[in-house]
Write a protein that binds this ligand. Structure first.
Ligand SMILES: NC(=O)c1ccc[n+]([C@@H]2O[C@H](COP(=O)([O-])OP(=O)(O)OC[C@H]3O[C@@H](n4cnc5c(N)ncnc54)[C@H](O)[C@@H]3O)[C@@H](O)[C@H]2O)c1
Length: 389
């Protein structure tokens, strides 16, 4: 096999790209779907999904419970068109922050930039696809030029924005989203990254080097001498500070992977590292294909998370795992939420409050540890003022 970029001049990829364009589906609160979930989804994983819908709609969204809600996203969900569900939840204030693989954010940029992904088949000859310059994610097909042009946009953004120094992924994604909005305001309706910037929803990536966004940031450092440095410590502290500030905390976990733990580790970071006993997560919903029997974190149950102080032992009835494909279960879940009584909440706009929240974490941690401010600590203390307002 020759070493070269996929696709050759003169080869026509068109015959693989005749499938319908994949577009982001926006849930509308269908009464029929609610009836199906309430009346038809009674047992096994249909029953678990029904439970998940009720925990979310009746408890997590209930105004009296004042729940800070994190969504974690793994698996190739934006390529499959699920970004519209996330956009709808953000628009309605139904999620407050998000932790995603870099891949889901990178592939979201294709939609933002008006590139096309197409419905196809999982049963194709991949060597031929390679020769034709077609990329396949199971049954999602798109030309390799979509990757190259998206990469080119990211690199151009890095140069134009002059972002420099250490920053959290939430700050980086916020600037990226603002740039997309400035370039094409209409993309607010078909880009998760752009919508999050508009709604003030911080987006974190638990493994920032592990996607084409991270690959292009690395390029920028090596080739342009860029000094932008994604600082995972800031991400850890910001997520921890958001959870600390939550009156109640709850999560919706799609798939497993590192986003799941990055959310759940917030509680142990508080009690184990900072000495602040927050008491564990109040609500836990996971939709996954991962199994518990292999011992991995992705399939670990809410009960196991209790032993780590990740989930409050008193709330196990408010936890559920639905063993389903997210591409089926999540749109149904969102239809249910959008059609529910508490289907709109005031947005918390946490992306603009990160510095103040981290300052509060620092204050409480110092008080918990009984430490005195050292000169070094004072100089490193984050500004209490909001940098982004
Ligand atoms: N070009 C890119 O930027 C690119 C592309 C793909 C992956 N990646 C990177 O590779 C890494 C792995 O990606 P990943 O974490 O999405 O891996 P993954 O697809 O293996 O999924 C992660 C987790 O989600 C579960 N899962 C996957 N699909 C599911 C579905 N349909 N329904 C329910 N659960 C499902 C899996 O069982 C697993 O626990 C990530 O860090 C990602 O950023 C980068």
């Amino acid at each position: 096999m020759p070493h070269r970029a996929p696709g050759s001049p003169g080869q026509g990829p068109a015959r693989y790209l005749h499938g319908k364009q994949i577009r982001y589906y926006r849930p509308t609160g269908s009464a029929d779907v609610r009836q199906l979930i309430d009346g038809g989804f009674q047992a096994f994983n249909a029953g678990r999904l029904s439970e998940a819908c009720h925990i979310f709609a009746d408890k997590m969204l209930a105004p009296d419970n004042d729940t800070t809600i994190g969504l974690t996203v793994a698996g190739a969900l934006t390529p499959a068109g699920l970004g519209g569900c996330v956009i709808e939840l953000m628009d309605r204030g139904l999620i407050d922050f998000m932790i995603s693989t870099g891949a889901n954010l990178y592939h979201d940029l294709h939609y933002a930039l008006n590139f096309s992904l197409h419905r196809g088949s999982p049963f194709l000859d991949d060597v031929e696809l390679y020769e034709q310059g077609i990329i396949r994610i199971y049954d999602v097909l798109f030309p390799a030029t979509v990757l190259l042009e998206t990469d080119s946009y990211i690199r151009d953004f890095l140069v134009r924005s002059k972002l420099s120094g250490p920053m959290s992924t939430s700050e980086f994604h916020y600037h990226l989203g603002r740039d997309l909005l400035a370039k094409n305001p209409a993309c607010v309706d078909y880009s998760v990254v752009a919508k999050a910037a508009e709604c003030g929803v911080p987006i974190y990536t638990s493994s920032p080097g592990d996607s084409s966004i991270g690959m292009n940031i690395a390029y920028h450092e090596l080739m342009n001498g860029g000094t932008l440095m994604i600082d995972p410590n800031r991400d850890v502290n910001e997520v921890c500070a958001i959870i600390l500030a939550g009156h109640q905390n709850g999560c919706v976990i799609l798939g497993g992977g590192s986003p799941k733990n990055f959310y759940l580790q917030g509680q142990p970071t508080l009690w184990e590292v900072y000495g602040i006993p927050k008491g564990g997560n109040d609500y836990f919903i996971q939709i996954t294909t991962d199994q518990v029997v292999w011992g991995g974190l992705s399939g670990a149950t809410p009960a196991e998370a209790v032993s780590w102080g990740k989930v409050n032992p008193g709330v196990l009835p408010d936890t559920v795992v639905a063993y389903c494909d997210s591409t089926i279960a999540f749109p149904l879940f969102c239809e249910y939420a959008v059609g529910s009584t508490h289907n709109r909440r005031a947005r918390r706009e946490l992306v603009h409050k990160r510095d103040a929240l981290v300052a509060d974490l620092l204050k409480q941690a110092r008080s918990a540890k009984g430490t005195k401010d050292t000169k070094e600590q004072i100089t490193k203390e984050p500004a209490e003022v909001d940098r982004h307002r």
